[in-house]
Design a protein around this ligand. Structure first.
Ligand code: SPV
Ligand code: MG
Length: 553
């Protein structure tokens, strides 16, 4: 499901098998507490091979007591989120099984269907309370009744690897090691897959005595919350199979939350905490957001999701001086918003959200939500390619390169994003009548022929430099796309221009011609109108009408 996180888990092994292997492995294993999907994922990512869905931690996260105040279905719902979020097995702390043998049967069935690998039940009475609260006062279950519950649970499970761990509370309730051993043996004979021997003493002594006398007929599990200072090697030497670190995730989060909210409350600002807490991007990652982005590309027709846009917006704009003193031409207002905003809105309509503008003139004024800005401080003495190069870190495998003074209808981009070629340009086969001399004339392998559906046309030359004698087939509108290998071709072409000393002042047409000269195909998508660029005050007026939809161009 969440490939980046899930890739680390063992393939071809069920979660139930994985839990059984942990219990039966011949070395000491560890599982860690979690109480919701997020903490479960954090535990898995840390490297733990299993998760303890702690009753204490789950109820604490609900804000209720560990006294069966949360219903068993509320626990089930939460543990399902945990199972969905992870690939490692979960052992649920099932308290007393939420009732008698019949309730346990139903619980086992439901846990199996929700992907939970096992359940631990303790020999107390429903409603139980946490073992560290007045442990002595809590009555123990009748041994026969508890054995019947274990047998019922084992008979109910469909998957033979599902594990039922029987938890012996005799030491908690102040009974002897003998009583604990007697109970453990009875539970093992009733079918328990492992025995959890619990104690609240600060020393391991009683469990050590228990382990010394245990016949090894099934694995032993411990919860060293109270005797935490005992070295782990002592557990190993005692022959313990599984250690449960039972509540440290919820306790750590409580300390972190208390410190953070107190700081924010006292200081009435976020500045003191921002660097101490996880960035929002880390939350997105833990939620598995990258997988959703990938899935959108596959399933939601979100063609632009992988495409990055680079907008060349360095120029002040010759012929527009009266209106560009305070801002570059890309920030000129057209129909109530800057030209760049129009472009960004069309990008976003296509699911294209990675947008970088290269600023030059008055860079501080390029302030459009959703746009990253890089600067070409030498914009006055260098050309478009030098600006483009400033954005090289923002290049991906699929890039749209667009002049910042454009405004075009949505379908222009729709068609371009569907184009399969490595390099594709958009050419207006009617040119723009007002252009004199025509800017960026384009020569193509064939004229625009509307009668030919899916006509395949390549660019043969663009621009006035070294132009052919023939009539151009249209005008390149200042929009190109590169994908896959195209990115490599562009890099090679830029290197060549550099080597020839032409790079600093070259424009995008020089790059296109260089690509063609290197034998690479540059595909053409023909359009007829439906776009404008802004080169003078007349254009600006026309753009405003265009944006209002009053002129079809
Ligand atoms: C839990 O984690 O909820 C447990 C272990 O049952 S303990 O709190 O030590 O009883
Ligand atoms: Mg518990």
């Amino acid at each position: 499901m969440l490939a980046d996180i899930k890739a680390r888990t063992t393939p071809n092994k069920t979660k139930t098998r994985a839990l059984r292997d942990l219990l039966e492995s011949n070395r000491l294993e560890f599982i860690m507490e979690a109480h919701n999907g997020l903490s479960a994922r954090i535990v898995e990512e840390a490297g733990f091979a299993g998760i303890w869905a702690s009753g204490l931690a789950l109820s604490a996260a609900f804000g209720v007591r560990d006294s069966n105040e949360a219903s068993w279905t509320q626990v089930l719902e939460t543990v399902e989120f945990m199972a969905d979020a992870t690939d490692v097995p979960i052992l649920l702390d099932g308290d007393t099984g939420y009732g008698n043998f019949n309730n346990l049967r139903r619980l086992v069935n439901k846990l199996e269907s929700r992907g939970v690998a096992g359940v631990c039940i303790e020999d107390k009475l429903f409603p139980k309370t946490n073992s560290f609260i007045d442990g002595e006062r809590q009555p123990l279950a009748d041994v026969d009744e508890f054995c019947g519950k274990i047998r019922a649970g084992k008979d109910a499970q469909a998957d033979p690897d599902f594990c039922i761990v029987a938890r012996v509370e005799a030491l908690i309730a102040g009974w002897s090691v003998d009583e604990a051993l007697e109970r453990a043996k009875a539970y093992q004979q009733a079918g328990a897959d492992a025995i959890l021997i619990h104690d609240k003493a600060p020393r391991f002594d009683n469990i050590q005595k228990f382990a010394d006398r245990w016949d090894g007929s099934c694995p032993l599990v411990i919860v060293p919350t109270k005797y935490y200072s005992t070295p782990t090697d002592v557990f190993r030497a005692a022959g313990i199979s599984l250690v449960i670190w039972a509540n440290h995730t919820v306790r750590a989060s409580v300390t972190a939350m208390q410190n953070t909210v107190a700081r924010i409350y006292q200081n009435e600002t976020l500045t003191g905490v921002e660097d101490r807490i996880a960035p929002v991007s880390e939350i997105f990652r833990l939620q598995g957001d990258p997988e959703l982005r990938e899935a959108e590309k596959r399933y939601a027709g979100d063609a632009g999701a992988a495409t990055r846009a680079i907008v060349l917006a360095a120029a002040r704009g010759e012929g527009l001086e009266p209106v560009t003193e305070a801002r570059p031409k890309a920030m000129l207002e057209v129909a109530g918003k800057p030209l760049l905003r129009h472009l960004v809105d069309v990008f976003k309509q296509h699911g294209l959200h990675d947008i970088t503008a290269v600023a030059g003139y008055r860079p501080e004024t390029i302030d459009v939500a959703g746009v990253k800005v890089v600067e070409n401080p030498d914009f006055e003495t260098t050309g478009e390619l030098a600006s483009l190069d400033k954005a090289r870190e923002h290049f991906g495998d699929d890039n749209l390169i667009v002049y910042g003074d454009l405004i075009f209808r949505r379908h222009v981009l729709t068609d371009l994003l569907e184009a399969p070629g490595e390099i594709t340009v958009v050419v207006d086969s009617q040119g723009r009548r007002s252009d004199a001399p025509q800017r960026d004339p384009a020569w193509c392998s064939a004229p625009d022929d509307r009668s030919l559906f899916g006509q395949s046309v390549a660019l043969t030359h663009v621009g006035m430099d070294n132009a052919p004698d023939s009539t151009p087939n249209g005008r390149w509108i200042g929009v190109m796309r590169s994908r896959g290998e195209g990115r490599v071709w562009i890099r090679q072409a830029l290197d060549k221009l550099r080597a020839e000393g032409r790079f600093e002042t070259a424009g995008v047409p020089d790059l296109l011609n260089e690509l063609i000269a290197a034998g690479h195909r540059v595909d053409v998508i023909y359009i007829t109108g439906h776009w404008l660029d802004v080169n003078d005050l007349d254009d600006l007026r026309a753009a405003s009408e265009f944006a209002h939809g009053e002129a079809a161009s």
